[in-house]
Design a protein around this ligand. Structure first.
Ligand SMILES: O=P(O)(O)OC[C@H]1O[C@H](OP(=O)(O)OP(=O)(O)O)[C@H](O)[C@@H]1O
Ligand SMILES: O=C(O)c1cc(=O)[nH]c(=O)[nH]1
Length: 191
């Protein structure tokens, strides 16, 4: 399947499976704000076809970056990072997936970043959605604290509001979104 066709199919799946709309602002966001729309991206990131599409599309965008790891703040980032790691294995140059815990563990091996990444590794930080960018910024800070070099942020959906992209760009040079809200609105208007 060609990359353009994969991206088109991914947008259709996001509209069909993840996007929810309400006439009144009834969706409470992690920032505390209320919105008329919501992307429940787990419906796509945990779906087998979604995993295939996301894994290939993100792998294609990051394969030249020579990174050792990909991950982000649990839970939204986890299936995305896993899909890319699996794809990287199929393509012959494995990229490790890692998980950033929401809080540091106080028992066992007290790591906030879990997985086979080491200080000095170049990594991509992922998230399923950005609104304020706060969750992604938490992941970036935890990665840096663990000695990782964050070279890019890739997200599934940029909601194009609350300065999410701009806030992240203060910390990282490139924020790449597979899909933006306008793509989904245009698809919805045409369907
Ligand atoms: O840009 P932000 O304002 O931070 O909002 C986006 C975040 O909101 C959701 O996470 P949520 O806290 O709902 O957690 P979950 O992924 O564990 O469900 C989503 O997965 C993003 O990480
Ligand atoms: O900002 C959020 O909390 C948020 C928005 C959205 O569309 N989807 C999501 O999972 N979280």
């Amino acid at each position: 399947m060609h990359t353009d066709a994969m991206l088109q199919r991914l947008k259709e799946k996001i509209l069909q499976q993840a996007f929810q709309y309400s006439e009144t602002p009834s969706f409470r966001l992690v920032s505390g704000a209320f919105s008329r729309f919501y992307f429940n991206c787990k419906r796509v990131t945990l779906d087998p076809e979604g995993q295939y599409l996301i894994g290939h599309l993100i792998h294609e965008r990051i394969r030249e970056l020579e990174v050792q790891g990909i991950g982000g703040l649990t839970l939204g980032a986890d299936p995305i990072a896993n899909a890319v790691a699996y794809t990287s294995w199929l393509k012959g140059r494995p990229i490790q997936s890692f998980v950033v815990r929401k809080a540091q563990k106080d028992h066992g091996v007290a790591a906030r970043v879990e997985g086979n990444v080491r200080p000095g590794d170049r990594v991509v930080v992922v998230d399923d959605v950005i609104t304020t960018g706060g969750s992604t910024l938490q992941a970036i800070a935890a990665c840096r604290e663990a000695g990782l070099q964050v070279v890019r942020v890739v997200v599934l959906v940029d909601r194009q509001e609350m300065n999410g992209r701009e806030n992240i760009l203060r910390e990282v040079d490139t924020v790449d979104a597979l899909v933006v809200r306008d793509d989904i609105m245009a698809l919805r208007a045409g369907s």
